[in-house]
Design a protein around this ligand. Structure first.
Ligand code: SF4
Length: 382
């Protein structure tokens, strides 16, 4: 009697969520199924058709290992479990296996691995199609259960969209905790990146956030501050606060030239005008970008502590950036509930330096001399 050869392949080793699926296929000698020819550069619709054909004409089995089993045993062992289950689920067992790839497995049937086997052996190509379509269909079902993650679009692979949804909504029961960036998102689930404009404003905000977040990282990014000496002075106060309260501080770049370039056309605007909108947006943009890189699910800013800042404008910027990057914006008017008053009291208690102008040269001139902003030109700053 002729030996029954089973082709084996899997789908879903790399994704950040869901099971790994393995398939084993025996193509009987009596069946003419030139999968290799038919499966080349195949469209999703054609693959679905081929899937049905394979199921009708071959001896096959499907097996899976869950995301929890992947976390516990590792992806190679979990793939082995899925292969064993696929064989168990076959109505007739193969005598020998041809397996795609080069991993070593402990299996009850002798086997040989073939790198790129799905491009060389019909039975492996058939198993590859079965495993892939099976898993894709499963992910479509999961996408109904966990709609916000959009599994129907990315099937849990590491796409930009999946990363965005993962950071925004956190880890689902379907995610693989042993995979990056899932584990990083899990670790950070109670974290926030706080844009800090100065030490005094940070005091009452950190006090308030401490009740809600286990992990608060300060981000000092304020290229608007002029002159450099003043910038260093404010930064120094934030450094001291971070050290005193044991907080992580990230210091952004002092790219004042970029700030001038972006705000120059609005130099004649009054405070709370368009120049301030650009100034808020520039600082909040860098904050959300960093939060996304760090896989931190929340960001916000101390800017709303000041009674002179336009909180509605800040909230609008936060909402737009949140939509773009997928990081949640904590929309809170920190001056409310005595937030500003507390920041004054706390900074006094901590003996902190508190500035008497907002930060840019225009606000400095106005405070010092009541200068018309139009007299301050871009070229005069170094
Ligand atoms: S007044 Fe303050 S918020 Fe407005 S542009 Fe100057 S530094 Fe930025």
């Amino acid at each position: 009697m002729a030996k029954l050869i089973g082709g084996v392949d899997e789908a879903g080793r790399g994704p950040w969520a869901g099971p790994v699926v393995a398939a084993c296929v025996i193509i009987p000698d009596s069946v003419n199924l030139p999968i290799l020819k038919e499966s080349k550069s195949i469209s999703p619709q054609a693959r679905e058709k081929l899937y049905e054909k394979i199921k009708r004409k071959t001896i096959w089995g499907i097996g899976m290992a869950s995301n929890r089993e992947i976390d516990e045993a590792g992806i190679v062992k979990a793939t082995e479990m899925a292969i064993k289950r696929a064989i168990e689920n076959m109505p007739q067992k193969p005598d020998f296996l041809l397996i795609d790839g080069k991993d070593n497995f402990s299996l009850p049937i002798k086997y040989k691995t073939i790198v790129k086997g799905d491009e060389k052996v019909d039975a492996i190509a058939a198993a590859s199609i079965l495993a892939k379509v099976w898993r894709d269909r499963l992910m479509m079902l999961f996408s109904d259960m966990y709609q916000k993650y959009r599994f129907e679009k990315h099937k849990a692979y590491g796409t930009k969209l999946h990363r965005k949804m993962l950071i925004r909504f956190g880890v689902s029961p379907l995610h693989r905790l042993s995979f990056e960036p899932v584990s990083m998102v899990k670790r950070n689930e109670n974290s926030i990146l706080l844009h800090v404009c100065c030490g005094p404003c940070a005091t009452s905000v950190v006090e308030r956030l401490k009740n809600r977040f286990n992990n608060i990282t300060l981000f000092f990014y304020n290229p608007n501050i002029h002159p450099r000496k003043e910038y260093e002075r404010r930064l120094d106060e934030v450094r001291k606060l971070a050290e005193k309260w044991n907080l992580k501080l990230i210091e952004g770049k002092y790219d004042i030239r970029r700030w001038f370039k972006m705000t120059h056309i609005y130099r004649h605007e009054p405070e709370r005008g368009k120049r301030c909108t650009v100034c808020y947006a520039m600082r909040m943009f860098e904050t959300v970008k960093l939060a996304e890189e760090m896989h931190v699910p929340y960001f916000t800013t101390t800017l709303t502590v000041s009674p002179l800042k336009d909180e509605k404008c800040i909230f609008h910027i936060g909402e737009v950036l949140s939509g773009k990057f997928g990081v949640n914006f904590l929309e809170e008017d920190f001056k409310k509930r005595d937030g500003f008053k507390k920041s004054v009291e706390l900074s006094k208690k901590l003996n902190m330096y508190r500035q008497n102008y907002c930060g840019c040269i225009y606000s400095l001139m106005e405070r010092k001399h009541g200068y018309r902003r139009s007299t301050v030109e871009k070229g005069s700053i170094s």
